[in-house]
Design a protein around this ligand. Structure first.
Ligand code: NAP
Ligand code: G4F
Length: 343
């Protein structure tokens, strides 16, 4: 039997890797995309299938986490075996500027989805993209038993979604799981998250196209893994007999400064000559240290990360350097990052 998956946030970093992963497993994949005045499917371009293709396995539908009626229609019409709720206003700094919108999409959006499942009566498994940000200033290392002490509107919204997912599991017997994922990055990472901001700027600096990089707090420490590894953990959670919540992490932490060291050293440059601090990138409240203890997922699902910190930094630097070089040679619309990086 061919399985069907419905993915929100399919145009994002994780959505694109998860789509690849599921298509390789022969799933029929349905994704929800927002209508935009410009194309927002760049990360999926290499997977796109013409609607006239007979053996099409990837289907995109318009929808939005603010539109409960359409979510219910899509769950009802696609009758998915698995739903992955990856959509969110996912930027922590932006959530301080847009706290209400972040609550509407990142928190209430999840309830709209859970209600769509309940009302449509679909027999489906549900994955919620929960976040290590929910731990806030809870002492590291953080695991499934650590206390949640959110320090941003984003983290508070994710925590609401976490508890709603747990509640629908208990109240309505829905197979619903929270993946509490620590930071994960890749050449497809959004361009305003710190790792990608660094590797993109580094590529331009290396090619003589930029001479300054403005950043905020360099002391913050994160447990950075590779996004391609992490989408496998999402899938594994939904293949179990019982729903549960899992921390997904590498167990290592590094500061933003260490990321700079690793990236610039690799490119043969000294970051101190280029980086300046701009207070606009500081947050009103910061999460200082995240270190995940992923013992539970390792023991119960046999998952562990394949790509470590150094390799992650290098593959991101390589990809952005190659992209920037191609751009310089006029390949401005050359979008498939598989052509830039092969891990
Ligand atoms: P991302 O690249 O920012 O992607 C977010 C996705 O959500 C995009 O496809 C975006 O669509 C979609 N979206 C935003 N608002 C929406 C709305 N109102 N209705 C429908 N779709 C909407 O995020 P990511 O890094 O892939 O992360 C995936 C999920 O995991 C997010 O929920 C994030 O909060 C969570 N998470 C991420 C990490 C991490 O380190 N990456 C760690 C823990 C948890 P557009 O393309 O149209 O903007
Ligand atoms: O890359 P960031 O913006 O990621 P952050 O805030 O940790 O959030 C990411 O990971 C979460 C999981 O823990 C996800 F839930 C969330 O959706 C997102 O994917 O910032 C990382 C650190 C922060 O401490 C920030 O203050 O880098 C610091 N930083 C320093 N300068 C900067 C900058 N962050 C950004 N975005 N831009 C800067 O210029």
């Amino acid at each position: 039997m061919v399985k069907t998956a419905l993915i929100t946030g399919i145009t994002g970093q994780d959505g694109s890797y998860l789509t690849e992963f599921l298509l390789q497993k022969d799933y029929e994949v349905h994704g929800i995309i927002r209508r935009a005045s410009t194309f927002n499917t760049e990360r999926l371009d290499h997977l796109y299938m013409d609607p006239h293709e007979e053996k099409r396995k990837l289907f995109l539908h318009y929808g939005d986490l603010s539109d409960a009626g359409q979510l219910t229609n899509l769950v009802y019409n696609t009758q998915p075996d698995e739903i992955y709720n990856l959509a969110a206003q996912s930027h922590v700094r932006v959530s301080f500027d847009l706290p209400e919108y972040t609550g509407d999409i990142t928190a209430l959006g999840t309830t709209r989805f859970l209600e769509a499942i309940r009302k449509s009566g679909a027999d489906t498994k549900f994955y919620q993209a929960s976040s290590s940000e929910m731990f806030g200033d809870s002492p590291p290392p953080q695991n499934e038993n650590s206390s949640f002490r959110p320090r941003s509107p984003y983290a508070a919204a994710k925590l609401y979604s976490y508890w709603m997912t747990a509640n629908y599991r208990e109240a309505y017997n829905i197979f619903a799981c929270n993946g509490i994922l620590f930071n994960h990055e890749s050449p497809r990472r959004g361009e305003t998250f710190v790792t990608r901001k660094i590797t993109m700027a580094l590529a331009k600096i290396k090619l003589g196209l930029q001479d300054k990089l403005y950043l905020g707090n360099l002391e913050a420490k994160r447990d950075w893994g590779y996004a391609r590894d992490y989408v496998e953990a999402m899938w594994l959670m939904l293949q179990q007999d019982e729903p549960d919540d899992y921390v997904i992490a590498t167990g290592e932490t590094h500061s933003v400064k260490e990321f700079l060291d690793e990236a610039f050293d690799y490119a043969g440059l000294d970051w101190q000559e280029y980086v300046e601090i701009d207070s606009r990138y500081f947050r009103p409240t910061e999460v200082d240290v995240l270190i995940g203890d992923a013992g539970k997922v390792r023991k119960k699902l046999g998952w562990k990360p394949k790509v470590g910190f150094k390799e992650l930094v290098r593959l991101m630097v390589d990809a952005d350097l190659k992209k920037e070089e191609l751009r310089q040679h006029g390949y401005a619309n050359h979008k498939r990052d598989e052509d830039y990086v092969v891990p």
